[in-house]
Write a protein that binds this ligand. Structure first.
Ligand code: ZN
Ligand code: ZN
Length: 189
């Protein structure tokens, strides 16, 4: 079981994500317009997105994530009210990850926050998703419009299992009462 260090670009916000293995979590590249909009909104498009607008994400649960330093720089935003909570380090606008809510043990950790050894630990990309929003140049065999059913089922099964095995807490993104640890900015109210 591999532990990967988390570190924002300026080094102020640090932490770890545990149990990083191809089996424990899932590595996907998301090309959806919202992931792209998030990266661009915080001025991190260039270092976050691949040439086809993809974001390399390792899906796991929040109980695996611990921040050690710089937590006062944790920021989040929602592109629309009620949308995905998108986290970043406000000190240097490094994307951190995406969460749904406090009750759902799920976080998609973005490659920009994960340190050395990430690729070896997460294994190869399982799938490219939401490729209807990909920029030109994606190999046809990688195309997967929307979120393929098989992958969705796999994610749901994992979330359910994590729920049953108590991986909803501790959660560094939400307070005990379910509110995000940082007040979300709503980009398009
Ligand atoms: Zn920083
Ligand atoms: Zn996305």
């Amino acid at each position: 079981m591999t532990t990967i260090l988390l570190k924002c670009q300026c080094g102020v916000l640090t932490g770890v994500v545990r149990n990083v293995t191809p089996k424990y979590g899932s590595r996907v590249v998301c090309h959806c317009g919202s992931c792209q909009a998030f990266a661009h909104h915080i001025g991190a498009g260039k270092r976050t997105l691949d040439p086809q607008g993809g974001t390399d994400i390792y899906q796991t649960n929040p109980a695996q994530v611990t921040f050690r330093k710089g937590t006062e720089h944790l920021r989040c935003l929602r592109l629309t009210p009620g949308g995905t909570l998108r986290w970043y380090a406000g000190c240097c606008n490094t994307p951190i990850g995406n969460t749904i809510n406090a009750k759902t043990p799920f976080v998609g950790m973005i490659h920009t926050i994960m340190g050395e050894g990430r690729k070896a630990a997460t294994g190869p990309v399982l799938m490219h998703v939401q490729t209807q929003n990909a920029l030109p140049g994606l190999a046809p065999e990688l195309e997967n419009p929307s979120f393929p059913k098989a992958l969705r089922k796999k994610a749901m099964r994992k979330i359910l299992w994590w729920k049953m095995t108590g991986k909803t807490r501790p959660n560094p993104f939400f307070n005990k009462d379910g509110t995000p640890v940082s007040e979300p900015e709503i980009v398009n109210p």
